[in-house]
Ligand binder design. Structure first.
Ligand code: CUA
Length: 432
């Protein structure tokens, strides 16, 4: 075997590192076209609304200014390196000459003036954007919609304060959803940001850049989706065990579709019985996704069919599923009440008044569960119920088993069997 020269070995090492990096990129599911267009589910570079667009444009202004500085300084540096280099052995070892003077005042003042000019070029759009992103523009205010987003370890609650619904106790409260915020496209959305525990951060890369949810302090962000679409959000402030998988979705619909969605959301939970199924038999069949086989520790992802067109996937999830079994659904509902799920979750119109976990009145119509981490298929929900701690380490309903609160104490952990989980899945998936 021939021995490689050290510099050849270095080149070989560098190129294999590059190749490994590139392969990793492809293996991680990045499409080549997405890599080169800088697009992706959570890309801030291909934007889908005016707030994110203004932030991206501002970023590019700084990139242009910095590139200009880099080129000018680099060129001057290269020029002096070449022009003033030692041209002989004698010059290289010559004495350093005594200081000749204090520089050139014209160059110094010129550099200060140039720096100021460059900073002003950055400052003008910065101030304009601070103003723009601070609140919905005056001329759009009348058309704006308010929602409240609250961070929990580790999920997001969304409330629609202008949409009141009947509560189990007979009163009224704003409509609540969990982890998936549905909005009309083209409408400015004003989001009040709150948290019940630690600092979280609300970030929808394609729609608006990170704003923190701070304990005991109201915060605020607005955004608008230009077109209907399915947008990926993420908590962007370290908040404990499952911070990295504290995700959410924004589903922007055409205004007419949004009204229809809202109307259905405001109804009490759907109840499946044999007569109700017979009456709704004309419902369009739901496409079933191929199940994902996720080994312990494997990466979390949605099925390729879902990723192909997430908005269409979400729309399919709105329909009742074929083959619903009223007896199994009823058994699941009974378990939901008896297994104490109701102390943390609400199913409006059925049992449950809990507010520490997400409202589940229409959980079957969400495209994801576990705060945007798992696609909402039967298999995934079954896995989630059986071992929530595998998918969301540190989550509050599980501590070696499901928690039961007894006064101020948590005690008596219990688990559910496979058959019980099947019934619970049938019930939860019937909640459309
Ligand atoms: Cu919530 Cu990080």
């Amino acid at each position: 075997m021939t021995r490689l020269r050290p510099d050849h070995r270095q080149i070989l090492r560098l190129s294999s590192a590059l190749l490994a990096g590139f392969t990793l990129l492809l293996l991680s599911g990045c499409k080549l076209a997405d890599v080169f267009s800088l697009n992706g589910n959570q890309s801030t570079m291909v934007t889908a609304g005016p707030v994110a667009k203004s932030q991206w444009d501002l970023f590019m202004v700084t990139v242009y200014v910095c590139t200009f500085i880099f080129v000018v300084v680099g060129a001057v540096l290269a020029y002096t390196q070449i022009k003033f280099r030692a041209k002989s052995e004698a010059e290289e070892h010559a004495e350093v000459p005594a200081e000749a003077g204090h520089g050139n005042p014209f160059v110094e003042i010129g550099l200060i003036a140039a720096s100021v000019a460059l900073l002003v070029i950055i400052a003008i759009p910065t101030l304009r954007d601070i103003w723009y992103t601070h609140d919905v523009p005056e001329d759009e205010k009348a058309n704006a919609m308010d929602v409240t987003a609250t961070g929990y370890q580790w999920w997001f609650k969304f409330e629609y304060p202008s949409e009141m619904v009947k509560q189990p106790n007979g009163g009224e409260a704003p409509l609540v959803t969990g982890n998936e915020l549905v909005i009309p496209a083209g409408t400015p959305i004003r989001v009040q940001l709150r948290t019940v525990d630690v600092i979280h951060s609300f970030w929808i890369p394609k729609l608006a850049g990170k704003v923190d949810m701070i304990p005991n302090r109201g915060n605020f962000v607005w955004f608008k989706a230009d077109k209907p679409g399915y947008y990926y959000g993420q908590c962007a402030e370290y908040c404990g065990d499952s911070h990295a998988i504290m995700r959410f979705r924004i589903i922007a619909l055409k205004p007419s579709e949004y009204s229809r969605w809202l109307e259905n959301q405001k109804l009490p939970a759907r109840t499946v019985t044999a007569p109700s199924l017979a009456a709704g038999a004309a419902d369009t069949a739901k496409v079933q996704f191929a199940s994902l086989k996720l080994a312990p520790g494997e990466a979390l992802a949605a099925s390729p069919q879902f990723d192909e067109d997430p908005l269409a996937g979400w729309q399919r999830d709105q329909n009742p599923e074929p083959g619903e079994n009223p007896a199994l659904v009823a058994a699941g509902r009974k378990l939901f009440a008896s297994k104490t799920c109701i102390s943390c979750h609400t199913v409006r119109g059925h049992e449950g008044i809990g507010i520490t976990g997400p409202d589940l009145t229409r959980v079957g119509a969400r495209s994801t569960i576990a705060a945007g981490v798992l696609e909402n298929t039967h298999e995934r929900m079954h896995d989630w119920i059986m071992q929530p701690n595998h998918y969301k380490p540190g989550n509050k309903m599980w501590f070696g088993g499901y928690n039961v609160q007894n006064g101020d104490e948590w005690k008596e952990n219990f688990r559910v069997t496979d058959q019980e989980a099947d019934a619970l899945v049938a019930y939860l998936h019937s909640l459309k």
